[in-house]
Ligand binder design. Structure first.
Ligand code: SAM
Ligand code: SF4
Length: 500
């Protein structure tokens, strides 16, 4: 961590050359006039055109801006139902019936920025400020592991006390924790640490790449430039392009799993979906691979933020469903993340539209997993959660929906990341490996952490999945059925962390 004065530190964050090198003819990839034009030119698409677009999406090809704009503008309820059904079919083709679980860990709420929607913003006097020590991070991690999690996303404010060196240390602290489960069996560890942190310079990103982070996630918040400037009045975050190219720099620094997102509710939702698409296209153009995941958090109430409750762009549930449907169809290979900002009912609905990842047993209070914090005194939170159910409860519900919960991190550890995973996802091969690893990690979870009720539903689902695997020629041809059965037995007998 840096001992520098926060104001001085903040003034040195941005390196202009690390923005300029990505511009084309001095321009960035968000051309607002072009986005508005695409949306108006595709205002009333015919059903035939929409069906042709759905067919393209089903062949796992990324859609172009005209096609995406057309999907955003469909009004006919029957056609919308067809889009939703196709979205789920696309998900099943690439990711099968899996959902991956993770837990967030909020390490620090000190921040040099003043984002008008966020409880952490520097001049919010209602927020109690705190940065976790490494011992506290290890304690928090123990609690997360004891729930049964294997993946974590660590979240930081932007501040000299939580700079890249602090991040590197905190990630090492998370990886260092090992726990036995209650039955004494488990190999309880966080196997993959992702981060959500402010844009950094390439030299800092290289430090994180060396530690071995999973995905680096930065949300643009809004792609609309005037809105962006208005709601980010000061600090490094006020520079739109520094943020726009955060993930381009990460790629150059050797981090090849990138996650983009927009905070829905700050500006027109159709414009933001187009922004996410243009971001995807520029990453594909400059590096040959798109984002590993896309997030679409909706603005929720934050203590001390008027904007969080009275924005005129608040997104309804129906619009939210359309956002998920269109993103699923437009970027078929990408993971889609729905978080605990959403209430259980709508979360379940969008999972059915093709989300691939979600969090559970979430606590976003700094130190909130290991310390007892009551809801009404939770004054170190960034925003309000819509979902606070335990991992076990959510897994039980998802299993009832016929979906298998995955804690798989094998792709990352076998080098199936970046362009390698993109090709596999596009060819739907990664999905096949993940199906097997999902079964194995789900089995581990059921053995070590599940309640009796969840174990019964989960075990039944696993048996159904194994039967399906036995029937699929790909698995037979590659002798994977025997391997799966062998690993399943070994896990039943207490071995852990077996993957294909
Ligand atoms: N400080 C880092 C940054 O700004 O990139 C970390 C981000 S913040 C801790 C994680 C994300 O939470 C933000 O990028 C933003 O999209 C989201 N967020 C902030 N305020 C929110 C609110 N009121 N409701 C929902 N999400 C919010
Ligand atoms: Fe700070 Fe991030 Fe919150 Fe903005 S969104 S105030 S940068 S923590």
């Amino acid at each position: 961590m840096s001992k520098m004065n926060p104001k001085e530190w903040a003034s040195q964050v941005i390196v202009q050359e690390e923005i300029d090198k990505y511009l084309v003819g001095g321009k960035d990839f968000i051309d607002e006039d072009e986005i508005f034009q695409k949306l108006s030119e595709n205002e009333s698409p015919s059903p035939d055109r929409i069906r042709a677009i759905l067919k393209k999406s089903l062949s796992i090809k990324r859609l172009d801006p005209d096609e995406t704009a057309a999907l955003l503008n469909v009004k006919d309820p029957d056609l919308i139902t067809e889009m939703e059904e196709t979205a789920l079919a696309v998900k099943r083709k690439v990711y099968d019936n899996r959902i991956v679980f993770f837990a967030p860990l909020y390490c620090s709420n000190l921040c040099v920025n003043s984002c008008l929607y966020c409880g952490f913003r520097k001049d919010n006097s209602k927020e109690k400020r705190r940065t976790l020590s490494m011992d506290e991070i290890r304690r928090e991690t123990e609690h997360v592991i004891d729930e049964g999690h294997k993946r974590m996303i660590v979240v930081y404010g932007e501040h000299p006390l939580s700079d890249a060196d602090y991040m590197a240390e905190s990630i090492k602290a998370v990886y260092s924790v090992q726990r036995k489960s209650k039955n004494g069996n488990g190999d309880g560890r966080i196997r993959r640490v992702n981060i959500n942190a402010a844009p950094m310079r390439t030299s800092d990103l290289k430090k994180l790449a060396e530690i071995g982070i999973g995905t680096y996630q930065v949300f643009q918040e809004t792609y609309h430039k005037d809105t962006y400037s208005r709601i980010h009045p000061e600090g490094p975050k006020s520079d739109y392009r520094w943020r726009l190219y955060a993930l381009h720099r990460a790629m150059d620094a050797g981090i090849d799993d990138l996650a983009i997102g927009a905070l829905f509710g700050l500006y027109d939702w159709k414009f933001e979906v187009m922004g996410l698409l243009y971001h995807t296209m520029d990453l594909e153009r400059q590096f040959g691979i798109g984002p590993h995941t896309i997030s679409f958090p909706r603005l929720t109430e934050a203590i001390g933020s008027d904007l969080s409750t009275n924005s005129k762009y608040i997104v309804s549930d129906e619009e939210f469903k359309r956002i998920v449907t269109v993103l699923r169809l437009s970027v078929p290979y990408t993971g889609l993340i729905v978080t605990a900002r959403e209430k259980p009912g709508i979360k379940k609905e969008v999972i059915k539209l093709g989300c691939t990842q979600t969090d559970a047993s979430t606590n976003i209070d700094i130190g909130g997993y290991s310390e007892t914090v009551k809801e009404e005194t939770a004054d170190t939170q960034q925003f309000t959660l819509g979902e606070t159910r335990s991992l076990d409860e959510v897994i039980g519900e998802v299993a009832d929906m016929g979906m298998i919960s995955s804690f798989c991190t094998a792709g990352y550890r076998c080098g199936r990341t970046g362009d390698k995973i993109m090709n596999l996802l596009t060819e739907c091969v990664e999905g096949k490996f993940c199906k097997l690893n999902a079964i194995l990690t789900f089995k581990e979870y059921l053995e070590d952490y599940a309640s009796e009720k969840t174990r019964l539903v989960g075990e039944k689902l696993i048996q159904k999945e194994m039967e399906e695997v036995r029937q699929i020629p790909f698995f037979k041809q590659h002798n994977l059925v025997e391997k799966l059965e062998e690993y399943y037995e070994r896990i039943s007998n207490g071995e852990r962390d077996l993957y294909l």
